[in-house]
Ligand binder design. Structure first.
Ligand code: H79
Length: 689
C-alpha cells in the first residue's frame, strides 16, 4: 500500500485513539468563567518544569531532634514537639544569606519556568507578612516578607511564582484535629469553620498582594475535617478572585487515597493531578498532571540526607515525565541561612547545561504516542507543516539504530538537537523508521535527536499480545488485546504468512501444541490499521531429572563475609560457616552488611512443565537449576525482583542460589510459579539435600 493511503487511514484511526487531541479538561468548570481550562493551563503545559521550595522553621533543626536525625518538614509532628517549644524556633529564624535574585536565577538557569514555594506548610508558619497571623516571618528576627521579595524578582525575571498552602495546620487553635499525642492542647472553643475563614483570608492576601500567582498548590486535604464541600468552596473562592489561577487537585477530596491522581467520575475540583515521589508508568490522556519529587529524600532541609539523585537521573526523569505528558516539580529544601544546599545547586547547574541546549525537546511538548523504549523516551511537538519527534536517547542501542515502530508519516530529516547541521540517515523497514546513530553518544546523559515529520500525526501502535511464556512443554497460550475501536478487527496467521483482511479473526485465546509463529495485525474495514506483530511460541523438551531425593530436608548453606560487587566474587573466599537450613533464609548471618550466602539442595518438580523462578533480593542474587543460570539478579542494587524460566521434568533437580549484601537493607525471597498456576514461595517440603 502507498504511504499516502496508510496515512489517511491512520489519521482517522488516530482520532479515535485520541493522539491528535490536545489535553482537555476532565474537571467540571462553571460556564460563566472568562477562561477555558485550555486557556488557563496554556503556560503551565508549555512550562513543563518547575522548582518546588520547602522552607520554614523546620530548616533550623535541619532534621535533627533529640538525637534522631531523619526528620524533615514533618518534624513537629514526628518528633512530637510541643507547640510552645516549636514556637521558639521563630525567634531563631534569621536567614541572612537569603537572596531572592540568586534563587530565581538558579531556577531560571536550570530551565525552570515556575516556582512553587511554601507560603505555609503543615506547621502553620507563614513565610509572608500574614495580615491575620503573628506566626509569620515578620515575627522573626529576619522581619522581611520573603514572598514579596520573590514576587518582585520573579516578575522581573519572567518566572511564574506559585504558592503551596497547606490546608492542614498544626498551629491554629481552630484547626482540628489535634495531633494524637497533643493531650495538653485543648479543643475547647475550637471552630473549624473559623479556621477555614482564616485560610481564605490568607489566600485572598496571597492572590491579591503578590503579583500574578500562577498556581495555588494545596496539601493536607486528607484529614477527616476537610470535606468535599470545603474543597468546592475554597476552590471556587480562589477562582473568583483570579480566573486565571491554576489550582491542584488536593484542594478537594477526590484523590485515590494518597495516590496523586483524582478519582474518575466524581465532580471533583482541581486542574491537575499530583503524583508525589513517583512517575506514573504511562500518562493520562486528557488529564493534566505534575510529578513532584525531592532531590534527596526530604522535602525540608535535612543536613544528614546524602541520598542525592544524580543529575543524570533527574534529567532522565524530566524526559520520562515529559514523554508521558506531565510536568516535573523538582524540590529544594533551603538551609536556615537562606541558601540552597550546595548539592542542590550543583544539580540545578548540571540540569541547566543540558536544558540550555535541549530545552526545546521539553517545553510545550506532548506525550509520546509510542510509550516507553528501552533506549529512552520520545516527546512530540506539532507545527503548521507537521510535527517533530524528539528522541531522548539515554542508552545507545548496540547495533547503532533506533527503531520507531508504527510510523505512517513521511519524514523530512533527522538531526542532533545539539548540532542541527549533523544530519542522521533514516530508513524505512515496513511500518518502522530506523534512525542511524553516531558511533559515540554526544551526550552521556540524554542525546536528543529530532525527527521532522510531515502531515498530521499518524503513528499507530502494534497489536498487544499477552503470553504466560514464549516456551511451553504441553501447550502454548496466547491472548491478543481487543482494541477498543469501532470496526477494528484482529486478524492473525499461524503459517508465517502476512495477515490480510481475509485471515482468521481473533476472538478467544489461542492454544498451540507445536512450535508456532503467530503474526497479528489490526484491520479496519478491510485495510491494515497497525503494523504486523510476529510472536513465536516454542515447544521445548523438559530438562530431565538427574538426581535422587536428598537424605535431609531443607538446604545446605555456606555463609561468607566480605565486600563484593558480584556474587561470583564472593565464592573466591572461604565460608565463615556452613550448615543445614530449612529454606532460603538470611537468619544465619552474623552481621547486617558485607556478607553473602550460597544455598545448595535438590528441588522436587511435581510435573513436566515450564517453571518460572523469581529472586527478589537486595543486593544481588543468582539462581541455578541443574547447574544452569536461570535467574540473574546480580550486582549491587536495592530490592529488585528478576524472573527466569526453565522447562523441567518431573523429579529431582539441583538448585543453587547465591546471594550477597553490600550495605543498606538486606532481603532475599525466592519464589516459583509453574505455568498457569500461582506464584508462591518454594515450599520447604520440595527441598532436600
Ligand atoms: O509537602 C510535602 C510533604 O510534607 C507532604 N506533601 C509533600 C509535597 C506530604 N508528604 N507525605 N505526606 C504529606 C503524607 C504523610 C506522610 C506521613 Fe510521615 C507518614 C506522615 C507521617 C508518617 C513522612 C514520614 C512524614 C513524616 C514521616
Amino acid at each position: 500500500m502507498k504511504n499516502q493511503q496508510i496515512f489517511n487511514l491512520f489519521t482517522l484511526a488516530l482520532l479515535f485513539l485520541g493522539f491528535s487531541c490536545q489535553p482537555a479538561p476532565n474537571q467540571p468548570v462553571a460556564d460563566n468563567l472568562p477562561l477555558t481550562q485550555d486557556e488557563r493551563m496554556a503556560w503551565w503545559r508549555e512550562a513543563r518544569f518547575g522548582l518546588f521550595i520547602h522552607w520554614g522553621l523546620y530548616a533550623i533543626p535541619a532534621g535533627e531532634w533529640n538525637g534522631e536525625t531523619d526528620y524533615g518538614e514533618w518534624i513537629r509532628h514526628s518528633a512530637q514537639i510541643p507547640l510552645e517549644t516549636y514556637d521558639t524556633l521563630a525567634r531563631q529564624f534569621n536567614p541572612t544569606e537569603f537572596d531572592a535574585r540568586a534563587w530565581v536565577r538558579l531556577a531560571k538557569q536550570a530551565g525552570m519556568k515556575y516556582i512553587v514555594i511554601t507560603s505555609k506548610h503543615h506547621d502553620g508558619f507563614c513565610l509572608f507578612d500574614a495580615a491575620n497571623s503573628e506566626f509569620d516571618v515578620m515575627s522573626t528576627p529576619f522581619k522581611r516578607d520573603i514572598l514579596k521579595e520573590l514576587a518582585e524578582v520573579c516578575r522581573e525575571e519572567g518566572i511564574r511564582l506559585c504558592f503551596y498552602h497547606s490546608i492542614m495546620d498544626w498551629h491554629h487553635p481552630d484547626y482540628l484535629p489535634r495531633r494524637p499525642w497533643e493531650s495538653n492542647r485543648t479543643t475547647d472553643g475550637a471552630d473549624y469553620s473559623r479556621y477555614v475563614a482564616y485560610m481564605k483570608a490568607q489566600l485572598k492576601q496571597l492572590v491579591s498582594d503578590y503579583g500574578d500567582v500562577g498556581v495555588l498548590w494545596f496539601d493536607g486535604e486528607w484529614e477527616e475535617t476537610w470535606t468535599h464541600e470545603y474543597g468546592k468552596e475554597v476552590h471556587d473562592y480562589v477562582r473568583s478572585l483570579d480566573p486565571a489561577i491554576i489550582i491542584n487537585n488536593r484542594v478537594d477530596k477526590g484523590r485515590q487515597g494518597m495516590h496523586g491522581m483524582t478519582l474518575e467520575g466524581g465532580e471533583y475540583r482541581g486542574d491537575f493531578g499530583t503524583p508525589e515521589q513517583e512517575i506514573p508508568g504511562a500518562g493520562f490522556p486528557d488529564v493534566d498532571w505534575e510529578s513532584c519529587m525531592t532531590m534527596n529524600s526530604h522535602w525540608g532541609y535535612n543536613k544528614r540526607d546524602t541520598a542525592w539523585k544524580s543529575t543524570e537521573d533527574l534529567l532522565q526523569k524530566l524526559a520520562d515525565i515529559a514523554s508521558k505528558g506531565g510536568n516535573f516539580l523538582l524540590n529544594i529544601g533551603p538551609m536556615a541561612n537562606g541558601q540552597f544546599p550546595p548539592e542542590s545547586v550543583e544539580r540545578l547547574e548540571g540540569i541547566g547545561r543540558w536544558m540550555a541546549v535541549n530545552g526545546e525537546s521539553i517545553y510545550g511538548t506532548e506525550a509520546s504516542p509510542f510509550g516507553i523504549f528501552d533506549w529512552g523516551r520520545v516527546t512530540l511537538k506539532r507545527s503548521m507543516e507537521g510535527f517533530k519527534l524528539y528522541l531522548h536517547v539515554f542508552e545507545f542501542p548496540k547495533d547503532g539504530e533506533l527503531r520507531l515502530p508504527g510510523v505512517a508519516n513521511e519524514f523530512t530529516e533527522a538531526y542532533l538537537l545539539a548540532a542541527p547541521q549533523t544530519k542522521l540517515a533514516v530508513r524505512r523497514d515496513q511500518d518502522a523508521l530506523l534512525v542511524n546513530l553516531p558511533a559515540t553518544p554526544p551526550d552521556s546523559i540524554n542525546t536528543v535527536i529530532v525527527l521532522e515529520c510531515q502531515g498530521p500525526v499518524a503513528i499507530y501502535p502494534l497489536p498487544v499480545v499477552q503470553l504466560e511464556s514464549d516456551i511451553f512443554v504441553h501447550q502454548g497460550k496466547m491472548e491478543v488485546e481487543q482494541p477498543a475501536l469501532p470496526g477494528v478487527s484482529v486478524r492473525y496467521t499461524v503459517d508465517g504468512s502476512e495477515p490480510t483482511a481475509a485471515s482468521a479473526t481473533y476472538s478467544a485465546p489461542l492454544f498451540f501444541k507445536e512450535s508456532t509463529t503467530v503474526k497479528v495485525r489490526l484491520f479496519n474495514k478491510g485495510q491494515p490499521a497497525s503494523g504486523v506483530l510476529a510472536q513465536s511460541l516454542q515447544k521445548v523438551k523438559p530438562w530431565p531429572p538427574t538426581m535422587q531425593k536428598g537424605q535431609q530436608p531443607g538446604l545446605q548453606y555456606a555463609y561468607y563475609e566480605g565486600d563484593w560487587k558480584k556474587v561470583s566474587a564472593m565464592k573466591a573466599g572461604k565460608p565463615e560457616k556452613t550448615g543445614a537450613i530449612t529454606g532460603f533464609s538470611l537468619d544465619e548471618r552474623q552481621r547486617s552488611d558485607h556478607y553473602g550466602f550460597e544455598f545448595n539442595g535438590l528441588l522436587y518438580i511435581p510435573k513436566d512443565e515450564v517453571y518460572r523462578f523469581f529472586t527478589e533480593s537486595d543486593d544481588g542474587s543468582q539462581l541455578f537449576i541443574d547447574g544452569k543460570l536461570v535467574v540473574d539478579n546480580d550486582g549491587p542494587h536495592g530490592a529488585r525482583e528478576v524472573m527466569g524460566q526453565a522447562p523441567l521434568g518431573k523429579g529431582y533437580h539441583t538448585i543453587r542460589v547465591l546471594y550477597f549484601e553490600a550495605d543498606g537493607s538486606d532481603e532475599l525471597n525466592v519464589k516459583w510459579q509453574p505455568l498457569g498456576e500461582q506464584k508462591t514461595a518454594i515450599p520447604p517440603e520440595n527441598l532436600s539435600h
